[in-house]
Design a protein around this ligand. Structure first.
Ligand code: AMP
Length: 375
C-alpha cells in the first residue's frame, strides 16, 4: 500500500519506519521551508508550492491509496483537495477542528469533555473582562501558532497585559479576530496524556496513560502507566476520548493532554496525530502508536497496545548523539537525523522494566547523565 504523509519531521520518519515492515511504501509532502532530513531515504519527497493543483500533487505523491499527516498546523485546503482522489485519515474536518484552539474547545464542549476554562480575546476589552472573570495571572495563547509552549505569554497583572497589547498583540486585534485566547494558570498537580487509536470500522483501542514532565513548555519525559491515578479517572478519560473520536469520525491515533488535580481533570489540548507522549510504545508494546496509526489508516486489524510492566521516554533536547550513554542500561535510542540546535527535539530514549519504580529510577539516572543533576 502506498501512503503519503504530510510533513517530513520525526513523526513522519517514525511512521515510515513502522510501516515499511508491513509492506507499505511512503512518499512525503514537505511544507514550505520544512527540513526533510528526518525522512531521507524513506521515500519520495514532494515540496508543496502554492500553485500545485490537487491532481498534480496526487500524481507527484505517487497516487497514494492513503494520505495521513504528522502535524496539525497544515493548510487544510491541501487535504480537502486530495480527498476526492484518495482516502485521507484522519479526515480533514477532524484536523480542522483540532488545529485552532477555539474550535477545539467547542468540540470538547460538544462532547461534554472537561477542559481548561478560557475566554476568546478578540479585542482589548475582552482581555480586561477575562482578567475579571478568570483572575490574574492569565496565560495568553495564540489560537493557531505555537507548540511546545511557544506563542504563549504569562500575564501576571494588568501592567503586563498592557505590555502584551503593545507587543505581541499589536495589529492582531479586532472584532472576531479569533487569534487569541486567555486561560487561568491551572492549579494542576500533574499532566497526563491518553492516546487512542480508532480503526476504519470504528473499533477503538487505548494505550496506557502517560504522566508527562515539561520544562518551559517542552515535554522532557513520559512515564507509563501514569502512577496512582485516582479510582474512576481513567474510565472517565477513556470514555471522553472515545466520544471525541466517534464525534469526529476519526481514524488513527488521537492524543488528549490533560491536567489533573486530585480527582478533577481538564483537557489542555488535543493532537490529531501520533504524539510525543506515546513514543514509549515504540519499543514496549507489540504494536506501537506509529504502527497502529498506519494499521487504522489502512483499514487493517489493529495491533496489541498492552504494556507489560512499565515504560519511560526521555526526550533528547539539543544534545549530540552519544550511543555509549544513550544505549546503556538496556535503553533503546531513536535518533531523528536532525541537526542539533539548542532545545530542539533530536531524538528520544525508551526505557522499560517490570515495575514503575525501577523504570523511574533508570529515567532519573539517565536524565542526570545527559542533562546534569539540576535539569
Ligand atoms: P500547550 O502548548 O497548550 O500544550 O502548553 C504547553 C505546556 O504549558 C503544558 O503542557 C503545560 O505544562 C503548560 N500550560 C499550558 N496551559 C496552561 C494553563 N492554562 N495553566 C498552567 N499551565 C499551562
Amino acid at each position: 500500500m502506498q501512503v503519503a504523509i504530510v510533513g517530513c519531521g520525526q513523526l513522519a520518519r517514525m511512521l515510515a519506519l513502522a510501516g515499511l515492515p508491513m509492506g507499505m511504501r511512503f512518499s512525503f509532502l514537505a511544507l514550505p521551508g520544512e527540513s526533510t532530513a528526518p525522512v531521507d531515504g524513506l521515500g519520495r519527497v514532494v515540496v508543496a508550492t502554492p500553485d500545485l493543483e490537487p491532481t498534480a500533487l496526487y500524481e507527484q505523491l505517487g497516487q497514494p491509496q492513503r494520505v495521513t499527516a504528522e502535524k496539525e498546523q497544515l493548510p487544510i485546503a491541501l487535504l480537502r483537495g486530495l480527498a476526492p482522489y484518495t482516502e485521507v485519515h484522519p479526515n480533514p474536518e477532524a484536523i480542522y477542528q483540532c488545529q485552532h484552539r477555539l474550535r477545539e474547545k467547542a468540540t470538547l464542549e460538544a462532547c461534554q469533555v472537561p477542559f481548561t476554562p478560557y475566554r476568546a480575546i478578540h479585542e482589548e476589552r475582552d482581555l480586561w473582562a477575562a482578567g475579571e472573570a478568570l483572575g490574574w495571572p492569565l496565560l495568553l495563547k495564540h489560537t493557531q501558532e505555537g507548540y511546545d509552549g511557544k506563542a504563549q505569554w504569562r500575564l501576571t497583572d494588568e501592567a503586563a497585559a498592557r505590555q502584551w497589547l503593545q507587543g505581541p498583540a499589536a495589529g492582531t486585534l479586532g472584532p472576531a479576530s479569533g487569534q487569541w485566547l486567555a486561560e487561568p494558570i491551572m492549579p494542576f498537580e500533574r499532566e497526563v496524556s491518553l492516546l487512542a487509536v480508532r480503526g476504519r470500522e470504528g473499533h477503538i483501542t487505548f494505550y496506557d496513560p502517560a504522566q508527562n514532565r515539561h520544562r518551559q513548555g517542552i515535554l522532557v519525559s513520559s512515564l507509563a502507566p501514569a502512577p496512582d491515578l485516582p479510582a474512576g479517572l481513567l474510565p472517565q478519560m477513556q470514555a471522553a476520548l472515545q466520544r471525541l473520536q466517534t464525534h469526529l469520525d476519526y481514524v488513527g491515533v488521537l492524543a488528549m493532554e490533560c491536567f489533573i488535580k486530585g480527582d478533577q481533570w481538564w483537557v489542555n489540548e488535543l493532537a490529531p496525530r501520533v504524539h510525543n507522549s506515546g513514543h514509549w510504545s515504540q519499543q514496549t508494546t507489540a504494536a506501537s502508536q506509529f504502527e497502529n496509526h498506519l494499521r487504522a489508516v489502512a483499514g487493517w486489524p489493529l495491533g496489541d497496545t498492552e504494556l507489560q510492566g512499565a515504560a519511560a521516554m526521555l526526550n533528547l533536547l539539543g544534545v549530540p548523539v552519544d550511543q555509549h550513554t544513550m544505549l546503556a542500561d538496556g535503553a533503546s535510542l531513536n535518533w531523528y537525523n536532525k541537526t542539533v540546535r539548542p532545545d530542539r527535539k533530536v531524538g528520544h530514549i525508551v526505557l522499560r522494566g517490570p515495575a514503575l519504580d525501577e523504570v523511574r529510577g533508570k529515567l532519573n539516572k539517565l536524565q542526570s547523565k545527559i542533562y546534569g543533576p539540576d535539569f
